[in-house]
Design a binder for this molecule. Sequence first.
Ligand SMILES: *Cc1c(COP(=O)(O)O)cnc(C)c1O
Length: 417
Amino acid sequence: MHYFDYKGQELHCEEVSLHQIADEVGTPTYIYSKRTLERHFRAFDEPFSGCDHLICYSVKACSNIAILRLFARLGGGFDIVSAGELHRVLAAGGDPHKVVFSGVGKTEEEMRFALDQGILAFNVESEPELFALDRVARKMGRRAPVALRINPDVDAQTHPYISTGLKSNKFGIAIDHARRLLLEAKNLAGVEIMGIDSHIGSQLTKVEPFVHALERLLLFVDWVNQQGYSIRHLDLGGGLGITYKDETPPHPGEYATALLDVLGDRKLRLVFEPGRVIAGNAAILLTRVVYHKPTEAKNFVIVDGAMNDAIRPALYGAYHAVIPVRTSGGATETVDVVGPICETGDFLARDRELEVSAAGDLLAVMSAGAYGFSMSSNYNSRPRAAEVLVDGDRYAVIRQRETRDDLLRGESIPDWI
Ligand SMILES: *Cc1c(COP(=O)(O)O)cnc(C)c1O
């Protein structure tokens, strides 16, 4: 469910015409719908209202501080994977006491910063990380709150690049190993192991892998408590999928029902780390046709957005619907929508039936809110796109389009050249 719809022949975001934004802000531009973001956050939050829980929005999905502010206002916490993301959360006015810190490679400097801010939990992903955190915290005279990230070894049945809960992935700690580690870690003064965490993958379209993971985690929590620990926090990660094309992922309400059913009357605080399911369908990438290039083999629609703006098609072969901003209902043709970057992998859509377009026409790349702007880069020395937030009939630029001078920021030429 989102608020990008045609009014007459013109695609709008809420009440604002995308043509108007293109004229005033330029292209390529990411356009977010505030109403959609808030609706999705609530749709995830409300089914858990009967139990102690915290929604820690996954910052890496879409990390603009205006968007983080929206979720902070709704009472959300944040799942971060770097100190840079914590910096964003603080800049957005987020509460550091509602922050969980995931990631396999936290540095000691990042640990100190997060400890100083008093975050809710470090999601510890390995034995050496646990010992490093213990050392850092003791040196600071602190005790770090820890949730051990367990790898439940379930198949998330998603793209291999975004599957994280299998033994062969770099994430988390296998259950057998975690048992040994917990026995060893009892006397560490710098860490308090108070939670168990897992995140099994992204873009999951079935509820079963989540249910299997939870069943395994609950058995494990029982075992951990029998060893004298007091586990009160269970983080089930993110990963719920969205509809890009014809996927039929469970609604957050169904997901919640299935999990709460397995959980029964246990007294655990549930933490979730949703990213894509909240942000994914809440934005489009608005792009303008530069050239229409028919060739013997294919018709190319060359646009001003590219893989540096939206890398998911190039990286995972991901599908994003592409639709015209002004529809004429006219003839269609099969095209590849490609960017100007010097890579064959630089495409946004391939072999699509699209209304015949001409230079200057606007296209909307749908479902671009998650892992869209946040994965963008300056490859080919392309300034990164602007970001716009729409609220009803008004909008604001929440990130200026980068300038050519921004591209040079921090670079210098040594005087011996
Ligand atoms: C990326 C990530 C998430 C968010 O995943 P989505 O599929 O966007 O919900 C949550 N937790 C961790 C640890 C992650 O790495």
